[in-house]
Design a protein. Structure first.
Length: 245
């Protein structure tokens, strides 16, 4: 991954669009349903995808009752909507590559609405695979540095566990990996802020001016606000203040 990008500047943040906890919980609930159905088990010990989503839910302070309710629905206890996962790829203004991960119960409606968002914001929805080659799927773990081990000990543990890149600052440690590092860190007593699989850009696009930043940010924000969106990834170099407002 080029440029030693911090996670906060790689993944389009949801601070503005997901301020309401109810919206966050609804999206995570859909992810839990998908994880149970695709992973073949309602037991996180036997379903790594479900384990990842539960970690994400806990990081978002989702009540355990909500988590268990979603798991039970997915396992066939009560009514459960037939959700499907779909990924859209396209371009924002200035040639910025965008990947949108969607969970929906109506593929035709979602395809039309996502295309409309790209068109209205000066972008273009492309065919499957048009920008996916610019990204790689990796595990991203964010740890709370205010608790747990010191930096040197954490560095050695992460490297021994198979981490291929990590970034430390005063508040957090961000670990990027292809291997199963989380269990080793959990056993060592680390405090997790998040743990998920994500699409990281292999290179990034520098935008020429503030107007370009605003155009790209408008599209990313609109995609995030769309009800069926689970994740939005891009390869633009956006100022941190744009991501964290």
């Amino acid at each position: 991954m080029s440029g030693h990008n911090k996670w906060s500047t790689i993944k389009n943040k949801k601070a503005k669009t997901d301020a309401a906890k109810g919206k966050i919980f609804t999206k995570i609930g859909r992810e839990i349903v998908i994880a149970v159905k695709t992973g073949g088990s309602a037991d996180p010990a036997l379903n790594s995808k479900l384990k990842d989503v539960i970690a994400k839910a806990k990081a978002a302070n989702m009540p355990n009752d909500n988590i268990q309710r979603s798991i039970k629905k997915a396992a066939g206890e009560g009514e459960s909507t037939n959700y499907k996962e779909v990924t859209y790829e396209g371009y924002a203004p200035c040639g910025v590559a965008v990947i949108v991960e969607i969970v929906t119960d109506n593929l035709n409606r979602t395809a039309s609405e996502v295309r409309h968002i790209f068109d209205k914001c000066g972008g273009s929805l492309g065919a499957s695979g048009c920008v996916g080659w610019k990204f790689e799927r990796k595990g991203v773990i964010v740890l709370d540095n205010s608790k747990g081990m010191d930096e040197d000990e954490l560095t050695m543990l992460a490297l021994d566990a198979g981490a291929d890149f990590f970034f430390n600052d005063t508040a957090t440690t961000e670990i990027y990996t292809d291997s199963e590092v989380r269990e080793n860190l959990e056993n060592a007593g680390c405090t997790f802020l998040s743990a998920e699989r994500a699409m990281l850009p292999t290179t990034t696009v520098e935008l020429p001016d503030e107007e370009s930043v605003q155009k790209v940010t408008r599209l990313l924000d609109w995609l995030e606000e769309y009800d069926d969106t689970e994740n939005v990834y891009h390869d633009a170099e956006l100022p941190e203040e744009e991501e964290e407002e």
